[in-house]
Design a protein around this ligand. Structure first.
Ligand SMILES: C[S@@+](CC[C@H](N)C(=O)[O-])C[C@H]1O[C@@H](n2cnc3c(N)ncnc32)[C@H](O)[C@@H]1O
Length: 257
C-alpha cells in the first residue's frame, strides 16, 4: 500500500498511496461504492457552481462530472498527488456541456473563494480529518449561496460508546475478511485513524450544522460507522446570542447520554 507516513498530515498519508487507494478503500470501507452512488443521488441536478472537498483519486468527482455536465466544478484536496490523479482522470478546463473543471491543492480550512459563490458543497469520507467542525461548517456555509446545499458522506461516531465500539469491531472484522486487508494494512489504517481522525456523533453534526446556520438537516443513509448527511444553507448572519446558543447546543447534546 505504499509508504504512507503517519507523522505528517492526513493528506501526506493519502498522497503516498495514490496507486493502491482505489483498491484499499474498497477493501476497508464496507459498501463504499453504494455509499458514493447514494451521495451522488442526493445532489441537486441544477447546481451550477460546485465545490468538492477532499476529492482523493476522484471516485465521487467522476460521478459529479457525469451527473452535472454543465456545472463549473472546483475539486480540492490537500494532497498534490491526489489532485493530479483526479485531474488526469477527468481532464482540466472546459467540460463537454459547457461546464468547467478546476483543481486546487489546498487545505479545506485555507480556502477563501468569494462568499456565497457555490450552489453545492460536497465531500466523501474527508471531513472527519478536521477537528474544529464548528469553524469548518461556518466556513462552508459562507461559501454557499443562501439555499445552497451541503451534502457529505463520512465516518460518524456512534453513541453511546458501546455503539461506537461495536461499529469499530465490525469495521475491523470487515477489513480482516479473506481477500480484504493484510495485517500491516489494518495496522496502518488504525494508526492513521488515531493520528488524523476526529469522529463526531450524528447529534453533534446536527447541532454544529444548525449552529452554523444550516437548515433541513437530514441523515439519508447510514451503515454502521458510515453515514450521509445533507443540509441547506440558510441566509442571514446570526447574532452573538445565537452563536452562544449554538455552542451550548453541542454541549447539551453531549450531556444527554
Ligand atoms: C479518505 S480520502 C477520500 C477521497 C475520496 N473523496 C473518496 O471518497 O474516496 C480523504 C482525502 O481528503 C484529503 N484531506 C484530508 N484532510 C484534508 C484537509 N484538511 N484539507 C484538504 N484535503 C484533505 C486527503 O488528502 C484525501 O485525499
Amino acid at each position: 500500500m505504499g509508504e504512507a507516513p503517519l507523522d505528517g498530515s492526513a493528506s501526506d498519508y493519502f498522497g503516498a498511496m495514490t496507486e493502491s487507494y482505489d483498491s484499499l478503500i474498497r477493501r476497508s470501507v464496507p459498501r463504499y461504492d453504494e455509499m458514493t452512488d447514494r451521495l451522488a443521488q442526493y445532489l441537486p441536478v441544477d447546481a451550477g457552481r460546485v465545490l468538492e472537498l477532499g476529492c482523493g483519486t476522484g471516485n465521487l468527482s467522476e460521478r459529479l462530472a457525469k451527473n452535472l455536465p454543465s456545472a463549473s466544478i472546483v475539486f480540492v484536496d490537500g494532497s498534490d498527488e491526489m489532485i493530479a490523479v483526479t485531474r488526469s482522470r477527468l481532464g482540466a478546463g472546459s467540460a463537454p456541456a459547457g461546464g468547467s473543471r478546476e483543481f486546487i491543492a489546498a487545505r479545506f480550512e485555507d480556502l477563501s473563494p468569494v462568499p456565497g459563490s457555490f450552489d453545492l458543497v460536497v465531500s466523501s469520507i474527508s471531513l472527519h480529518h478536521v477537528d474544529d467542525k464548528a469553524a469548518l461548517y461556518e466556513h462552508i456555509r459562507h461559501l454557499l449561496r443562501p439555499g445552497g446545499r451541503f451534502c457529505f458522506a463520512d465516518q460518524i461516531r456512534g453513541e453511546p460508546e458501546s455503539n461506537h465500539q461495536l461499529n469499530w469491531r465490525t469495521w475491523l472484522e470487515f477489513c480482516a475478511l479473506p481477500g480484504h486487508c493484510s495485517k500491516e494494512e489494518i495496522e496502518s489504517l488504525v494508526q492513521h485513524s488515531a493520528a488524523h481522525d476526529h469522529y463526531t456523533t450524528l447529534a453533534d453534526h446536527f447541532a454544529l450544522l444548525s449552529g452554523a446556520r444550516f437548515a433541513e438537516i437530514d441523515c439519508v443513509w447510514r451503515n454502521s460507522m458510515w453515514g450521509i448527511v445533507t443540509a441547506t444553507a440558510a441566509s442571514a448572519e446570526k447574532s452573538g446570542s445565537e452563536r452562544n446558543n449554538a455552542r451550548q447546543a453541542v454541549s447539551v447534546s453531549r450531556s444527554w447520554y
